[in-house]
Design a protein around this ligand. Sequence first.
Ligand SMILES: [Zn+2]
Length: 365
Amino acid sequence: MNTTTAFSTALQKTGDFLSMTRANEWSLPGGGFSFEVTHQASKTNSLVTVLETGLITFEPINRTSVHDIVLSSAVHGNETAPIEICNDIIGQLIRGELALAERVLFIFGNPASMNIAERFVEENMNRLFSGGHSQDQGQGAGLINKERHRALLLENTVRDFFEAGSKLVAASGKERQRSHYDLHTAIRGSKCDKFAVYPFLHGAPRKKSQLAFLNACGVSTVLLSHSPTTTFSYFSSNEFGADAFTVELGKVRPFGENDMSQFVQVRETLTKFVSGQELELTPYQASDFNLYEISQVIDRHHENFSLTFSDDVENFTDFAKGHVLAIDGDVEVKTQQDGEAIIFPNANVAIGQRAMLTVTPTVLD
Ligand SMILES: [Zn+2]
């Protein structure tokens, strides 16, 4: 039996795509493969294609679908809860226990960093999209590393996936909806346990139906971004018009130590979405949400950089106007408005990179 056949046989038997991915950090020897599965309850068939390590698609055969769905996790390798949720759904699909109604691409972003239980090996992948893999990110121009190659591969994989969906539009005449939920967990605790970042839409209206979907996932705090970034979700939103979000689902914990009861809503909503079950979304109401917009992007400019608050200060903790948040060289970095709150603080970033964001409450237009 050759290597590819052995992989295919093992995966069809166990459905455990995560173990196969972790055993092959950067590539699958022998390349990709595909096989068909039969979903038991619906007696329908789907094509399963393993494109590369950590990259797997599911496509209904001889059935019309309307959504092209990307579910990515492990862009930061130690953010385990969404990885476990996705692997569980993948396993149910491969074993035929769950029906498939839509085209779905699952991505485990950075397998090598999962294995060392770190956010990344050499470089934060969520700064490497929309061409960020080819830019100077503070470590000198022309840097090449495996995470940059992987980011380029993920870009190309998402592009191919969405473009293949467009060909189905030509064949069926049916409009398709593209979505990409990039699933994370945060380094520090958060006053808002789960939250999402809605990428910059260049003036296009935010979709209340998408906020209703996030709410069904247990996410009612949403940060509206007002500028282009090099995140994975902005890439899919900007280049392919996908409804795309960075979704933070709680606090980082090691594999097997997540309290999965915290994730019931997101697991059930994503399962229903891929399998075509009724989502029963509660229509958008402003009072159900905490919406924020970015006030300041605080980059680290000096070797001598420190935050003035402790590591256990939670995301979305707010400060009065004029409060000193960080010391950067000789410069005091202060809040500019009352109620300005911090998120994603990290003093240990490379010089020139983002050390923190501040946000203020906002409303939808
Ligand atoms: Zn993350």
